[in-house]
Design a protein around this ligand. Structure first.
Ligand code: ADP
Length: 343
């Protein structure tokens, strides 16, 4: 498949995010007024599809909105996402109701809405027509597993960002061996490692037990140690990428059989030219740009099976995320490919 035009399928969520600006988060029984309201397109599937598209690659989003979400589909179209796979269903569009307090605190209610509606079969093109599949965890778990299995069977590169984190039971039944790239943040890596430890210790019995609470790693060294532990729990073919907010990214690439990829890769966060304005969607921007980088390698016939090429993809994704945090918004703050090239 090397050298073929790359095309990414994202099967994921599409939301309307409603931000209510308030002085303080509302307390039980209280009614307050907001002093500002913003409505933006969101959802991790849509955010990451936009990032792949803004990075200059072909991306097809499969998902669903209600009648109230047609403007979101129009917006996705306007930034180059192929929206033919988005169904308009009876349920309302998935929604995030976000209270944003003056001190920066927030409080979010999520409504799954159309993201959990069954999709008409026609909306799903054959997986074999894509080179990459990108998944998050804001749609029904069975859908995620079906898409992953179909893609794996068709030789498609699979990337999974388990956010929000899978439930304990889902972690225990997830087909990890079908995954090529796992993208997590430090909290997710920690949770996954904790749960997989319990599962492997007493299969089938301890899955639902609470794990001992250990602090989420706060230094790159601690995170690397955690990633090594996690790598031993996953099939030896899964490449693991872990984002660490302002500390950048670390990666273990056992699926890249090159000597230079035998060592962990550590990429510091981008040097910012201005202040951090909003980190919402930085992880989605990073993931979308990483996938676009993998797609470009595929198209150019260059192998991802070189640690140097993988490092280049990760570095570019980190630079993109650095630009993203200096602007407000989730999708809106994802930089275009040429903005990044100008850096
Ligand atoms: P998530 O939102 O999924 O938890 P992170 O917070 O780890 O993701 O951020 C993703 C990436 O965005 C980081 O790996 C980093 O490259 C970039 N990033 C996030 N916060 C900052 C920051 N304060 N300064 C520079 N880069 C940042």
């Amino acid at each position: 498949m090397l050298g073929r035009k790359a095309s990414c399928l994202v099967r994921g969520s599409i939301n309307i995010d409603e931000f209510f600006h308030v002085h303080e988060i509302v307390r039980p029984g209280e009614t307050i007024s907001s002093h500002g309201l913003e409505r933006r397109a969101g959802g991790k599937g849509a955010n990451q599809a936009v990032a792949v598209s803004k990075a200059g690659c072909k991306v097809h989003l499969v998902g669903a909105v209600g009648d109230d979400g047609r403007w979101v589909v129009d917006y996705l179209n306007s930034v180059g996402v192929d929206t033919d796979g988005i169904a308009v269903v009876q349920e309302a569009t998935g929604r995030a109701i976000i209270q944003l307090a003056n001190d920066g605190e927030n409080c979010i209610i999520l409504h799954k809405g159309a993201n959990y509606a069954p999709l008409p079969a026609l909306k799903t093109p054959p997986l074999s027509s894509f080179t990459h599949l990108l998944l998050q965890n804001e749609i029904p778990f069975d859908e995620t597993v079906d898409f992953l299995s179909g893609a794996h069977g068709s030789g498609v590169v699979t990337i999974f960002n388990p956010s929000p984190m899978l439930s304990d039971e889902q972690i225990s039944v997830f087909p990890w061996e079908k995954l090529t790239w796992l993208v997590v943040n430090a909290g997710e890596a920690d949770h996954l490692h904790g749960k997989l430890s319990v599962i492997s210790a007493e299969p089938g019995i301890e899955v639902m037990q609470k794990q001992p609470t250990a602090p989420v790693p706060s230094t790159t060294d601690q995170a690397l140690h955690l990633l090594h532990l996690l790598q031993r729990q996953l099939p030896s073919t899964v490449n693991i990428v872990c984002t660490l907010g302002p500390s950048g990214v670390i990666a273990l690439l056992p699926g890249v059989p090159a000597p230079e990829a035998a060592e962990p890769l550590c990429i510091p966060a981008a040097k910012l030219r201005g202040p951090v304005k909003d980190t919402t969607g930085a992880g989605d921007c990073f993931t979308g740009y990483l996938v676009a980088g993998l797609m470009e390698l595929h198209e150019s016939g260059e192998s991802v099976h070189s640690g140097y090429n993988a490092l280049r993809c990760l570095r570019r994704a980190v630079e993109a995320a650095g630009l993203c945090v200096q602007k407000r918004g989730a999708m809106e703050s994802i930089p275009l490919r040429n903005e990044l090239d100008r850096l």
